[in-house]
Design a protein around this ligand. Structure first.
Ligand code: TYD
Length: 203
């Protein structure tokens, strides 16, 4: 059955489980013959590679330089992947989008809102649905400590609290808040069901 391609975005603070959840959602959609692509930002563009070096602490970037690079990477993401995918009757399941830039690069709620408008002004396509995997900064930190791995930029509780508060201030009213403390399977199924509704494949 043909259906319009739609754009689904997963957001959340570090440790909220977005990457795992969004990948599983994409796999399940494929098993239901819903053509889709899982994609994430930052991308592998030259700007994205520089961003990853920064995230891993290999290079230093001022907040302005970070913002500039994330915007350049997003332009690449939109032109090279998002628009071509949506034009080809394929849904996009995306791990992070411009809400991340507003939440992470925003010094405070007001600055976060400015960054959001900056992205919208650039004409970047609006997602059909935004899923916010909601987990408190304290719980997310506990998860990251249990998971181990290298510390990345923004990896402290104060930073994550700023980011969480920015998210709450800028996420659109239509955002679907998902309780990220629930079982992985439960979280994934909840998002899949909602996507099926959005695609009018379920009533
Ligand atoms: P990544 O290794 O993909 O982590 P995660 O799986 O938690 O998403 O790194 C993404 C990091 O980049 C994460 O800390 C959030 C940050 N980020 C920004 O600061 N601004 C942005 O615009 C985006 C897309 C990500």
């Amino acid at each position: 059955m043909p259906f319009k391609s739609q754009f689904f975005v997963f957001e959340g603070i570090d440790g909220s489980g977005k990457t795992t959840v969004s990948k599983k959602v994409s796999e399940i959609l494929s098993t239901k013959s819903i053509s889709n692509l899982w994609h994430r930002e930052p991308t592998d563009s030259i700007h994205g590679q520089k961003i990853r070096e920064f995230l891993q602490g290999k290079i230093k970037l001022t907040p302005d330089e970070q913002l500039k690079l994330f915007l350049l990477d997003r332009e690449f993401s939109v032109n090279e992947t998002i628009l071509p995918t949506l034009k080809s009757d394929t849904c996009l399941v995306q791990d992070r989008y411009y809400f991340s830039t507003a939440a992470y690069q925003g010094r405070d709620e007001e600055h976060a809102a400015d960054i959001l408008y900056m992205n919208e002004d650039k004409g970047f396509p609006e997602p059909n649905r935004v899923y916010f995997l909601d987990l408190s900064p304290e719980e997310a930190l506990e998860r990251r400590n249990t998971r181990g791995g290298n510390k990345e930029a923004f990896d402290d509780e104060k930073e994550q609290t700023r980011i969480y508060q920015n998210y709450l201030a800028i996420l659109p009213e239509s955002t679907i808040f998902v309780d990220a403390t629930a079982d992985l399977e439960e979280v994934v199924n909840f998002c899949v069901e909602d996507i099926l509704l959005s695609l009018s494949l379920k009533t």
